[in-house]
Design a protein around this ligand. Structure first.
Ligand SMILES: C[S@@+](CC[C@H](N)C(=O)[O-])C[C@H]1O[C@@H](n2cnc3c(N)ncnc32)[C@H](O)[C@@H]1O
Length: 293
């Protein structure tokens, strides 16, 4: 960036939320994967999504986040929570036994079917499931906690405004934070799509700066880890296919190539892949700064 461009940015006042909102909108790096807000793409993901729960680093992340919310008095018997883009309910179903009700909203029917199945199995009946696109969802209700994790919805600061508005006090945002490397996915992406996935997308720098310039100071914690998944070759290939299909629809021939390549890596029918990740957990208490001094 040259001095002239720098001076221009200073003029725009980096202390204004509008600046970060506009930057998030216009930044190429912040643009989402082309198909990541399509319910049908996430429907495909539902069958293998919960494989993540077998990874110890992921378990540590989920347990620590829930423990933190408990310690801060957020998860209590009187609390009503909304989990937006809840997916298969990995967090929602763990929070439900500790609170009055969890509203679980997601665009994908298959994700919510899986959530319902797990809730029934666990005998959890204080959840309300809503299949909806958040962008068209309207309600006059307020919730004690608005919980939003790992969704492309966090790219838009308009969505973020609406998440904040929906909460009477607490908000949680969880998102990728700069590191997301999976050698196998990179290799197949290069082979099929002609390029490695752009891991700068969905970073938290816009989100954090936007919240901060709005006068909020989210508590921020990073989780670093290795999400290691060992599964049979067919299942593994399906998981890679849905990830690549977030970029564009693959032809039957391309999917077959992926299945063959993954099978070629199998030992006793099983394939292991590792994703090196850094994840940000942001906790916002809208009343945090109303202390007297
Ligand atoms: C990576 S999953 C995260 C699931 C869950 N929050 C978690 O952390 O395990 C992303 C979720 O965002 C949902 N999603 C994407 N766009 C959406 C939209 N416009 N409205 C509601 N849900 C959406 C997808 O259906 C998917 O379940």
């Amino acid at each position: 960036m040259n001095t002239e461009q720098c001076a221009k940015i200073k003029e725009r006042d980096i202390r204004s939320p509008q600046f970060w909102k506009e930057l998030a909108q216009s930044s190429k790096a912040h643009k989402g994967l082309p198909r990541s807000e399509k319910g049908s793409c996430w429907d495909q993901a539902a069958a293998t999504y919960d494989d993540l729960e077998a990874c110890s680093d992921y378990q540590f992340q989920v347990n620590t986040i829930l423990e933190t919310l408990k310690e801060r008095g957020v998860l209590k018997k009187s609390a009503r929570i909304i989990d937006i883009a809840c997916g298969t309910g990995i967090y929602a179903l763990r929070m439900a036994p500790m609170v009055k009700e969890v509203v679980c909203l997601d665009i994908s029917k298959a994700m919510l079917d899986r959530l319902r199945e797990k809730a029934d199995k666990a005998g959890i009946d204080n959840i309300k499931i809503i299949q909806a696109d958040w962008r068209n969802f309207e309600t006059d209700e307020k919730f004690d906690l608005v919980f939003v994790s790992m969704t492309p919805l966090l790219r838009s600061m308009e969505n973020v405004d609406r998440f904040l508005e929906l909460s009477s006090r607490y908000v949680v945002f969880i998102s990728w934070a700069g590191i997301r490397q999976n050698e196998l996915v990179n290799r197949l992406s290069k082979e099929i799509l002609g390029k490695e996935p752009d891991t700068t997308k969905m970073d938290i720098q816009f989100l954090f700066n936007y919240l901060y310039t709005k006068g909020l100071a989210p508590d921020l914690r990073f989780f670093r880890g290795c999400w290691e998944r060992t599964r049979d070759a067919d299942r593994h290939a399906e998981a890679i296919i849905w990830q690549l299909e977030m970029h564009r629809e693959l032809s039957d021939e391309e999917k077959e190539r992926i299945r063959k390549m993954v099978k070629g890596l199998a030992h006793n029918g099983m394939v292991t892949s590792k994703t090196k990740v850094r994840i940000a957990f942001m906790f916002i208490d809208k009343e945090a700064d109303s202390f007297s001094c």
